[in-house]
Design a protein around this ligand. Structure first.
Ligand code: GLC
Length: 743
């Protein structure tokens, strides 16, 4: 074990141990009885059958990567494939499971995996959007509904939660995660893991979670998907690593490796990640699956000469299961004979897979997830739609509302304009599971359900191009209306995997449409639908109201109408900074001070000469139809001992005329450290509903772990000295107080 690991482990245990102790109870731990059953089965297995359990193939129902391998049913029959993905519905799963449990020698049931990322059939907001709710219960409930529907359709494993921290909106997969912040990312990773795995593995509505993409996949150079990741270990451990650990300590049963390299070694062959950190430092007992053909791709990375060597590197690094690459299938037998892969390693990998098949109860009842009646009653149920509408409303962020244009009145004449105004196909976003766009409520339908009379509509432009007469028709409708609602943004497939963008503005045709509508002088409400932060400074400057609605899924139109008409007071907060320009990227709230922090009165400071340093809207920002005031944080004491938790209270008041929710955020700045420290870091938040005029005092506790960091010698812990504790409704407008930690 390297010195860094050892030091980190010891200080981690001393400092973070008690904190994690409360959570360790949730961490997946196999029982002795399960181990005994695995041992008995392992003893009967041939090496070929063992390799089959380490093999995962997609069926012909869908492909999420470069190739589809033919003949998977014969692979099941021969025992060469023990796990499938991209196949679902009770009838199809039953057909495939029957082959495994009736036509193979040992009758080992199959795992059925699928990308249930933000819903199975009832589609919820994309994860980045749902993260804007800052409502951990709603987020957990969303994953719970997804698991309930997915397991009703035969599935027992989801390739989620994706917990990759990302500070770069050029990266298309930012839509799948929880944004730029480590602390928020950890809490959401825990909530999603709990939601997918339910009360306990083995329940028919529980499925294996798969925390991905391990690790630091969200930091590709230039924001280009699959690109190299290069950062210091300190930076990695401070900002990118914690959410994976949080998911695992919340019980995540499986981990997926990422496509990128880390410190020069592809994650899929990186023993430091997969064995030293995952197994030795964290004690992870589940199994590791690769991403789609990521073993094979290590040849492209240039760390091995051929696929057989890639399989040996992966297996010896700690990869248990090969997704779609067929590398273990084709070469492991020979690698074993060549002495490149030892049998104990193979046995350990097979053990980890069989453990979880036993934990799921698949040996007792391989068809436990195959109940047609449950499938029929569960998918798109009224209860599930209601849960989707609830979290969708909570995910909407009000970015601007000048002169109280919003909420709309149901008596107003509304001109609903834009390519997304009367659209369903985009609303389910990317990674949309088994969702069907036709099940969605469009914005037009949502608005008309509330105000049937006075809504006229016109696309005005296509997504990427002007529409002949579109602009003229749109302007004509605007002239006759009291207010214009422009629904614009990206197509759902402009974000997600392999969808990096070099520019992050609105498509030009849509930008032109909105600016023309603003020029009419009518009040214009811009409703955005997008999978990443966008930069649109002209509209930000001149639109009357701006609402960020991400891709909200099946209940999008109803949720947006709830907010626009004020039947729900918007409460969302940005989980990621919105840049003024792609030139600012990466722009994030928890930056370092630098030796020349920005000073408007001095030339020689860290700044741009053509725009402010600050983003258009900062992390944690979101408005309401009411107003709130948040007090200075009141620490229980201004001097406290190293190791002691510090209690802090904050009073929040609803100073407006209507009830609403506020997310009170608590930030910390360690003023002097043995290494440079961020000017602020989120260390707590509480979302509260307050009636008009109501005040409430909230209690926070800063633990020693909250104030710890990787010090100059890479040990994890605190350093006595001064701290600023800050509180506010976003990461920029904060009130602060100074406290001192003593030895
Ligand atoms: C894809 C994605 C991964 C997904 C997997 C299976 O390439 O990177 O997130 O779970 O393949 O579809």
């Amino acid at each position: 074990m390297s010195n860094t690991i050892f030091r980190s482990l010891i200080t981690w245990l001393l400092v973070a141990g008690p904190f994690w102790g409360r959570l360790c109870a949730q961490m997946y731990r196999p029982s002795a009885a399960v181990e005994d059953r695995v041992t008995a089965l392992l003893d009967k297995m041939s090496l070929e059958e063992k390799i089959g359990q380490l093999t995962l193939y997609t069926t012909d129902w869908g492909s999420t990567g470069p190739t589809i391998r033919e003949g998977y049913k014969n692979d099941i029959r021969s025992g060469a494939c023990g796990n499938l993905f991209n196949s679902h519905t009770v009838s199809f799963v039953r057909e495939l499971q029957r082959i495994a449990v009736e036509e193979t020698r040992l009758k080992i049931p199959l795992l059925f995996g699928f990308d249930v990322i933000h819903g199975y059939k009832t589609i919820f907001p994309i994860p980045l959007g749902e993260s804007a709710s800052w409502d951990l219960e709603a987020i957990e409930r969303s994953a719970r509904v997804a698991a309930t529907e997915a397991t009703a359709a035969g599935l027992n494993w989801t390739f989620a939660p994706m917990v990759d921290v990302c500070r770069d909106p050029r990266w298309g997969r930012v839509m799948e995660g929880a944004g730029e912040d480590t602390y928020l990312g950890c809490r959401i990773a825990e909530a999603r893991t709990r939601g997918f795995q339910g009360k306990k593995l083995g329940d028919t509505d529980a499925m294996l979670a798969c925390v991905k993409h391990f690790a630091a996949y969200g930091a590709p150079i230039a924001g280009r998907d699959y690109n190299s990741v290069d950062m210091s270990e300190r930076y990695f451990r401070e900002y990118y690593l914690p959410p994976y650990e949080a998911a695992i300590r919340a019980g995540a049963a499986t981990v997926m490796t990422s496509f990128n390299d880390y410190d020069g070694v592809p994650a899929t062959g990186n023993k430091y990640l997969l064995t030293d950190i995952l197994r030795k430092e964290w004690g992870f007992k589940g199994f590791v699956v690769t991403d789609y053909t990521s073993i094979n791709e290590m040849v492209n990375h240039g760390v091995v000469a051929d696929e057989k060597a890639a399989g040996e590197l992966a297996m010896n690094a700690g990869v248990d299961m090969d997704m779609q690459g067929a590398v273990y299938q084709r070469f492991m037998l020979q690698s074993y004979k060549d002495g490149k892969i030892a049998m104990p390693l193979i046995n350990d990998a097979v053990r980890r897979v069989l453990r979880l098949k036993i934990e799921l109860g698949l040996f007792e009842d391989p068809y436990k997830y195959c109940d047609e009646t449950r499938e029929k009653n569960s998918l798109l149920s009224a209860e599930h739609r209601a849960a989707a509408r609830d979290v969708s409303r909570k995910s909407i962020v009000l970015l601007k509302n000048e002169g109280g244009i919003l909420p709309l009145k149901k008596t107003q004449k509304i001109a609903l304009i834009g390519p997304l105004a009367d659209n369903k196909s985009e609303l389910i976003g990317n990674w949309n599971g088994a969702g069907n766009a036709n099940d969605c409520v469009s914005v037009l339908e949502g608005l008309r359900a509330k105000a049937p009379a006075e809504i006229t509509t016109e696309a005005g432009s296509d997504f990427m191009a002007e529409k002949s007469d579109g602009l003229a028709n749109a302007l004509a409708l605007a002239e006759k209306a009291d207010v214009v609602v422009a629904v614009v943004g990206e197509t759902a497939m402009m974000s997600g995997e392999a969808c990096a963008r070099g520019e992050i503005g609105l498509p030009a045709a849509q930008e032109a449409l909105v600016m023309a509508l603003i020029k009419t002088g009518k009040p214009v409400v811009v409703v955005l639908m997008n999978g990443r932060p966008l930069a649109f400074p002209a509209i930000a400057e001149s639109a009357g109201a701006i609402v960020e609605s991400w891709w909200l899924g099946t209940e999008a139109g109803n949720a947006i109408a709830d907010v626009l008409f004020g039947d729900y007071n918007p409460s969302g907060k940005l989980p990621m900074s919105f840049p003024r320009s792609v030139g600012q990227v990466p722009v994030f709230y928890n930056e370092k001070s630098t030796g020349r922090p920005f000073d408007p009165n001095s030339k020689w400071t860290s700044k741009y000469i053509d725009m402010p340093n600050s983003p258009q809207w900062p992390f944690g920002f979101g408005l309401s139809y009411t107003t709130f005031s948040i007090s200075e944080p009141k620490p229980e004491k201004t001097t406290f001992k190293k190791g002691e938790p510090l209690k802090v209270s904050v009073t929040v008041s609803n100073t407006g005329a209507r009830d609403g929710e506020e997310v009170v955020q608590l930030y910390v700045h360690d003023l002097v450290g043995s290494v440079t420290r961020p000017v602020k870091e989120l260390k707590g938040f509480q979302k509260v509903m307050l009636k008009a005029g109501e005040s409430r005092t909230l209690q926070f506790t800063l633990t020693e772990k909250d104030l710890s960091f990787y010090r100059r010698d890479m040990s994890f812990g605190t350093e006595p000295g001064d701290f600023e504790i800050m509180a506010g409704g976003n990461s920029a407008d904060l009130k602060k107080v100074r406290v001192t930690m003593t030895e």
